[in-house]
Ligand binder design. Sequence first.
Ligand code: GDP
Ligand code: MN
Length: 352
Amino acid sequence: MVKLLEYEAKKILATHDIAVPKNYIAEDVPRFLPAVLKSQVLTGGRGKAGGVVIVKTNEEYEAARQKLAGLKIKGFLPKTILAEELLDIDHEYYLSFIIDKKVPSITLMAHKNGGVEVEENDPNEFLHIPLDDKNAEAAGEQLADYYDLPEKTFILQDIVERLYQTFIEQDITLLEINPLVLTKSGELVAGDAKIVCDDSASFRHPDWHFEVEKAETNFVTLDQKGNVATIANGAGLAMATVDAVAEAGLRPANFLDIGGGANEASVLAAFKRIMEYPEIKVIIINIFAGITRCDEVAKAIIAAKSQLDTLPPLAIRLAGTNYEQAAELLAENNITIHPNLEQALKSAKETI
Ligand code: GDP
Ligand code: MN
């Protein structure tokens, strides 16, 4: 799976004729003002974290740009700041296209109240419409009805049709527009956009060049709301780790097999993905080193940890090749290791 930043997602929407605010990448000189500056990080909740700032003057622009460049949001620093024309917002709606594996079908999900408080909505209140290549018109009409925007039926039919095409043509697995803004002048504009593409289809898309490298394919989300993340080496051990976490009465959020090549970059990438889960209280690292060397894993953990301020506590079990060197390195950095998984789980439980 490859996650796109907002500006990348909006570029895709714009090429498929979905209205997005006029925008530019914020560099030294503003191309137009007033504007809203938005930190480009792979996490939601930027608005609440101070990552969305309205600026009117050159001075405000420069101050906000510098502030955003240094502001970590859920552990992420942006490489890019997006500037957008201000929207005169009348109302914010929620609209997304997901793959519902239960139906199974691409499914439209919508809510009348979008924006930063969308998670406050009752999950049962969302409109769900399974889509196919023939029902976009009917779905658009139903959506207009649900939003209570009968006068926007045609445009919503168009939007549904285009988003459905985009979803298929771009091999998307998740497309979310939140908010879908109704402006005071009556236009419907994608105020924010999130897209996840299926990178096993990247051979079909020579045009795909995204800022963030594709994620590990051996990383699987099991439970978005899980409170324990897992990192292990080898698929068998990774599965056993997930099972042990569940058996201990905790909620495993993910499966991750980091394989034999645990280095600083791969551990850092794993930590960053884990930090996207909202409820993680502890990360269990379970390494049985054969070809992998414990000291290399330890160095990678220490280096990656030092780059992240808000990393949840670690419960580490290490065994195998070069264990002693690893134990020494971790001790020097005040990081505890456990002799077996039971001990690591016990300490995880105490943390939670
Ligand atoms: P998120 O918090 O990461 O989802 O970032 P969003 O891009 O969705 O922005 C958060 C909120 O900022 C939106 O829900 C809007 O309420 C507000 N916002 C964003 N752009 C504008 C704008 O151009 N004008 C106004 N008035 N509000 C904006
Ligand atoms: Mn948003």
